[in-house]
Design a protein around this ligand. Structure first.
Ligand SMILES: NC(=O)c1ccc[n+]([C@@H]2O[C@H](COP(=O)([O-])OP(=O)(O)OC[C@H]3O[C@@H](n4cnc5c(N)ncnc54)[C@H](O)[C@@H]3O)[C@@H](O)[C@H]2O)c1
Length: 256
């Protein structure tokens, strides 16, 4: 498939895990790739893999939670590659704590990266899309943005915020033709975040992915590529009549 030929896609957190899989999938579909991440080594590895597919790639270091850094990075990337057609807000972190033990510092930090980060990128990129009447935004939420679970309270709150911002922005700009959707992955293995979530789950006595596979209807955890395929679809014109949606990618674990 080459459904994204000539498009320019900006992926936050594209230096590792799901973000890298999305970068590679969009590149396979023909897009040029821009990456914004705080991990230069990870970005270097993603860039090499994109180039090996014969696609253009540009990277900028910057924290999505810092609005000034985001404005600078977006301007630098767009100057080198051209205006953004596809924005994937993927950068995120996970912190586990019982609600009553949640520190205000952790709350502010996870909100700043997972929710405000998306807001910062949308403010820097979407006005240009609306002016050009062309573009697609895909935001990484989680099934935990729809379901509260013990110790995931602050993470769930950030991912619910992502869904609500997705819905509101989608409706605000729907008539421009720019679409805004979210994806809600379930248990996705093979990423640094999953390793961190597993370590934190063990510490608080929560079941780890291996022990939860039996509860997943499809009897397997997901892969970054499983997520990347759905993101590529939502980013493409194949999803031309979809906006404001939050699509589950959970092997049947969550249905609402
Ligand atoms: N892995 C899962 O099981 C899972 C499930 C549901 C949703 N998600 C969501 O998918 C997204 C990607 O998850 P992943 O598992 O690939 O995570 P990951 O930790 O493997 O990768 C996240 C990337 O974001 C970057 N990043 C972190 N903080 C940043 C910041 N402040 N500014 C810029 N870049 C930053 C990291 O350097 C890294 O490259 C996240 O939003 C996560 O919440 C993951």
């Amino acid at each position: 498939m080459r459904g994204l030929d000539g498009r320019i896609a900006l992926i936050t957190g594209g230096g590792n895990g799901i973000g890298r899989a999305i970068a590679l999938r969009l590149a396979e579909e023909g897009a040029s790739i821009a990456v914004l991440d705080i991990d230069p080594a990870g970005m270097g590895a993603t860039a090499a893999a994109v180039r090996a597919l014969g696609r253009r790639v540009e990277c900028e270091s910057g924290n999505v939670g810092d609005p000034a850094a985001v404005v600078r990075a977006v301007a630098a990337l767009e100057q080198r590659l051209g205006p953004t057609d596809i924005l994937v807000n993927n950068a995120g972190i996970v912190r586990l704590a019982a609600v009553l033990d949640t520190t205000n510092e952790d709350w502010r930090e996870i909100m700043r990266i997972n929710a405000e980060g998306m807001l910062n990128l949308c403010k820097a990129v979407v006005p240009g899309m609306v002016a050009r009447k062309r573009g697609s935004v895909v935001n990484l939420s989680s099934w935990l943005g729809k379901a509260g679970r013990p110790y995931f309270g602050m993470y769930s709150a950030t991912k619910a915020a992502v869904i609500m911002l997705t819905q509101a922005l989608a409706l605000e700009i729907a008539s421009s033709g720019v679409r805004v959707n979210a994806v809600c992955p379930g248990l996705i293995e093979g990423t640094p975040m999953r390793v961190s979530a597993e370590e934190q789950s063990r510490k608080v006595g929560m079941a780890v992915a291996k022990d939860r596979v039996a509860t997943i209807p499809m009897k397997r955890t997901g892969t970054p590529a499983d997520v990347a395929k759905v993101v590529a679809f939502l980013a493409s014109d194949e999803a031309a009549y979809m906006t404001g949606q939050a699509v589950n990618i959970t092997g049947g674990m969550w249905q609402h």
